[in-house]
Design a protein around this ligand. Structure first.
Ligand SMILES: Cc1cc2nc3c(=O)[nH]c(=O)nc-3n(C[C@H](O)[C@H](O)[C@H](O)COP(=O)(O)O)c2cc1C
Length: 158
């Protein structure tokens, strides 16, 4: 059966990671959880659902949490994997946001994050400067973690 990757991004890094994971899996459908198709996506065709979202101020994006909760009954019949995108090395926010789903997921991972300076608002720039001591583009995407995550999803989907 097919794999769906459902993602929620604010500045594009999670969207790019969804595409990267789809490529690593040898193909997957992708849905933007902030787009109009999120509410009407039919999960019956999918055996595996990967959910990914970025973290801001310690919180997994609300649209991903709301979507996962609204599809709880259907997701209970699928293999589920969850990833989060964020620059800090904190504990995983998704484990707090979706504890039950994380408890039965085939993979749960933080894959690092990207600061895309030009896309940040003035307030976001102030926060990044103060907290991360940086004022430009940066990436902490963890290639080994990405490869391990893709491997776990592939294995579970066989
Ligand atoms: C204002 C602000 C707050 C952030 N807070 C966190 C955070 O609490 N934890 C974290 O790991 N990353 C944090 N980040 C980093 C973002 O998660 C990172 O830039 C990520 O790649 C954004 O993904 P997106 O482009 O898909 O939204 C923060 C970034 C900004 C600009």
């Amino acid at each position: 059966m097919k794999t769906l990757i459902a993602y929620a991004t604010k500045r594009g890094a999670t969207k790019d990671m969804a595409a990267r994971i789809a490529g690593g899996l040898g193909g997957a459908d992708i849905v933007d959880l902030n787009g109009p198709e999120a509410g009407r996506v039919d999960l019956s065709a999918y055996g595996t659902v990967v959910i990914g979202a970025s973290v801001y101020a310690g919180a997994y994006r609300k649209s991903a949490v709301a979507w996962a909760k609204s599809r709880e009954a259907e997701l209970a019949t699928k293999k589920v994997a969850l990833f989060e995108i964020g620059s800090a090395k904190d504990a995983l926010a998704v484990r707090t946001a979706l504890p039950d789903l994380c408890g039965r997921a085939v993979a749960v991972a933080k894959l690092g994050g990207e600061i895309r300076w030009k896309r940040l608002s003035p307030l976001e720039r102030m926060i990044v400067k103060a907290v991360m001591k940086t004022s430009g583009d940066s990436s902490t995407i963890d290639d080994a973690a990405v490869a391990a995550f893709i491997g776990s999803v592939r294995e579970a989907s066989l």
